[in-house]
Design a protein around this ligand. Sequence first.
Ligand code: C5P
Length: 246
Amino acid sequence: MNKDVIAPQKSADLSGTPVIIACDFASAEETYRFLDKMGDVKPYVKIGMELYYAEGPAIVRELKRRGHKIFLDLKLHDIPNTVKKAMSVLSRLDVDMCNLHAAGTIEMMKAAVEGLTREDGTRPILLAVTQLTSTSEERMHDDLLIQGNIGDVVVHYAKNAQAAGLDGVVCSPLEAGMVKEACGKDFYTVTPGIRFADGVVGDQVRITTPAKAREIGSDFIVVGRPITAAEDPVAAYQRCVKEFCG
Ligand code: C5P
């Protein structure tokens, strides 16, 4: 397992902390304009489908060149051979973290690990999305025909991911505790759905604060609008780091 993870930092140097900023921007230009406001601080950034499909691998290379760690959030889900080959491409792109859907089966996840592993045996952190936080238990039952409690399903998928050799899961911060209980403390939980206690909730439903997320068991938090839409994004990022890292 690649444990190339950064421990929470308490120093003034905020680079590489476990607070990952979701760069949900439509273009590279907009992304650079936002990140330039952070000055010398080089936060861990998440590049999602919108930005990656707009700008392609060039955005990853440029943000790496600028010194950012990158979580490439493309949520792969396809036949094992295709996922293996796609992961091999992402590995050469030198991202730090990437992901897939656990629903693709253990076989697909094993193929992904193989594809992602470089010749020297290293690889980026690989996470599995369990159930999207936008999927309610009712929709999971009725649309996906997956019965049972959503927490149990998340834990089941997390165990599958662990059996396949992955490093952790993306889940709601409220589920991080049960994942840790089932898979152990070294199995990463990366959690979006973070809001400041006095902040705007927006479209997120299952949310919590940075401090509560740490308390429940998140290793990394993914934060978008509370930072990107803040009047002072640098102060919002610093507040997030302070609340999460203590
Ligand atoms: O702006 P906000 O903080 O809600 O952004 C959260 C980020 O995490 C977005 O990029 C969103 O796509 C992503 N995400 C999520 N819920 C998941 C998986 C990813 O909110 N289950």
